[in-house]
Design a protein around this ligand. Structure first.
Ligand SMILES: Cc1cc2nc3c(=O)[nH]c(=O)nc-3n(C[C@H](O)[C@H](O)[C@H](O)COP(=O)(O)O)c2cc1C
Length: 193
């Protein structure tokens, strides 16, 4: 039997470093992310696996005017639910997010296909985030209540009967990179004979 080629390459170690090192970033410096790079990251995202080649995703990149409308909506929702002080706090923290991308997934009458489509969209989001991370740019995937608010669908021009929001992805150069832990692989791996 032919021996497997050596996998102990620098390139592979570097790839693992990028995969492990990516962190959810909450705070960003205000340097804008080059638009061409974001475009590349979206193109790379579309190479995610997708069963039956459904390509179920849509990427909606928000400009400053639209971001302003989303922040107004969010501040309004939080203000109504938790009071004006928290509403204004949200407005401030959200105003500091440099880049905004909404990823949606098509609904499907076939629920199994829809589940697989959501999985494909999630893989696409991870591609997007990892590509940016390798370029020194952090991101945060949020699935908070705003992603299900009909006001958001109106602002971004999405039809809530046809698609749902997989996530709102903020991105930018990190101000703070937190550390994280994972369970040891032996705790999550079962090997069967
Ligand atoms: C589907 C999905 C939805 C998420 N939504 C939120 C969110 O609404 N708020 C939040 O703080 N983090 C959210 N996260 C980020 C996770 O909290 C984060 O990935 C986790 O804390 C692990 O940190 P890491 O990404 O740095 O490894 C979400 C992640 C995923 C995969």
């Amino acid at each position: 039997m032919k021996k497997a080629p050596s996998y102990e390459t620098q390139e592979l170690r570097e790839f693992a470093r990028v995969l492990r090192g990516r962190r959810t970033i909450d705070q960003y410096i205000q340097t804008p992310v080059p638009e061409d790079l974001v475009h590349e990251a979206i193109e790379v995202a579309t190479w995610a696996p997708n069963h039956y080649m459904t390509e179920p995703w849509r990427f909606i990149l928000l400009g400053r005017e639209t971001v302003g409308r989303v922040i107004d909506l969010c501040a309004e929702i939080v203000c109504a639910q938790k009071g004006p002080e928290l509403g204004e706090h949200k407005r401030k923290t959200w105003s500091e997010k440099p880049g905004w991308l909404v990823v949606t997934c098509r609904y499907d009458d076939d629920k199994l296909r829809e589940r697989e489509d959501y999985a494909a969209c999630s893989a696409a989001v991870q591609n997007f985030m990892l590509y940016l991370w390798k370029a020194g740019i952090g991101s945060k995937w949020t699935s908070g209540p705003i992603t299900r608010d009909e006001g958001l669908f109106e602002i971004i021009g999405a039809d809530p009967a046809k698609e749902f929001v997989v996530g709102m992805i903020w991105f930018g150069y990190p101000k703070i990179t937190p550390s994280q832990v994972r369970q040891p692989v032996d705790d999550v791996l079962t090997k069967l004979p």
